[in-house]
Design a protein around this ligand. Structure first.
Ligand SMILES: C[S@@+](CC[C@H](N)C(=O)[O-])C[C@H]1O[C@@H](n2cnc3c(N)ncnc32)[C@H](O)[C@@H]1O
Length: 292
């Protein structure tokens, strides 16, 4: 949902206005809200997202999910603040490449939401911007199965890049990739394969209201890297509402940006019945028998 009065301002990718090379592709967009002072802009949110953001963390979360729900036949997976779909597609790629198609079925369809309709349009397009670093991460974290998840059709990718997207083996690519680095810039997009893209269902929704639609049991709720954009009051309400909505068979996953930027977030979740159970990953589960 775009709020009335919200001003959308798409900042140019920094590769165009700086000499510095970006280290990731991803999607860089900043949205401001209008304030009563027409000259003052206030940050509403950023849509920044990357495939396999924060290194190994998505594969680690996926490992956690698979073992946590080993004996559960069906799990509900939600990704709130999904931006252009890089995050849910990373989860899906990691799940299927490491644990197989059957495991993928158990955790899908992934329901992915963002309150920003521009993000959902991007996600539904089935194209993702990709940099050489993201390409390498996909190869790494899917055990070399890039071609399984992307069909090689692309918008504006250089011929050289396209050439190696279609290679059967990715291992030569690591040696060659640096030669092509200059031709890979933010905004080049590759197409997701329908078979896997269709395992994610995208809709516009604000988690502050939509938490009511989350299944209380056997749900994994990704709510990553947007808590700093919420007001203190909104954060308190969200933590309380999620605490009441989710039972102890469900889990909540935050991001590094949330953990590093929101002081007291672990305490806030703790007050609402969540305990951190992921060692390096910010995974929270409900304390068994907790009541408000
Ligand atoms: C910085 S991006 C993070 C994207 C992705 N989760 C990741 O970790 O890469 C934050 C996203 O959260 C969305 N967002 C912010 N507040 C939200 C809310 N209350 N409900 C749903 N989406 C929200 C923004 O529109 C934006 O796309």
């Amino acid at each position: 949902m775009i709020y009335i009065g919200m001003q959308i301002n798409i900042i140019q990718p920094y590769s165009f206005n700086s000499n510095k090379k970006p280290s990731f592709g991803g999607w860089e967009r900043v949205v401001y809200k209008q304030t009563s002072n027409v000259f003052a802009e206030e940050l509403n949110h950023r849509n920044n997202t990357y495939i396999f953001r924060d290194g190994h963390i998505i594969p680690s979360i996926v490992d956690f999910m698979v073992f946590r729900y080993m004996d559960t036949p069906k799990v509900n997976t939600y990704v709130y603040g999904c931006s252009n779909g890089s995050e849910p597609y990373s989860v899906l790629m990691s799940m299927i490449s490491r644990y197989g198609e059957e495991m993928g079925q158990k955790f899908t369809k992934i329901k992915a939401f963002d309150y920003d309709s521009e993000a959902i349009i991007k996600a539904k397009s089935k194209y993702l911007p990709i940099s050489i670093e993201e390409f390498e991460k996909i190869c790494d974290y899917t055990l070399g199965k890039f071609n399984k998840f992307f069909d090689g059709e692309s918008i504006g990718i250089s011929k050289d890049f396209n050439r190696y997207l279609n290679k059967d083996t990715v291992f030569n690519v690591f040696g060659e990739s640096k030669r092509f680095e200059d031709s890979i810039i933010i905004g080049k997009e590759v197409r997701l394969r329908d078979k896997y893209a269709d395992m994610i269902e995208y809709s516009v929704a604000n988690i502050l209201d939509d938490y009511k639609n989350i299944e209380p049991d056997n749900s994994v709720v990704f709510a990553r890297n947007f808590w700093p954009y919420l007001t203190t009051n909104e954060r308190s309400k969200l933590a309380k509402n999620l605490g009441n909505q989710l039972n102890d068979t469900s889990m909540l996953v935050l991001g590094n940006f949330d953990m590093n930027s929101v002081a007291g977030i672990t305490n806030l979740l703790g007050k609402n019945g969540f305990i951190r159970t992921g060692k390096t990953e910010p995974i929270f589960e409900k304390i068994i028998g907790w009541t408000a």
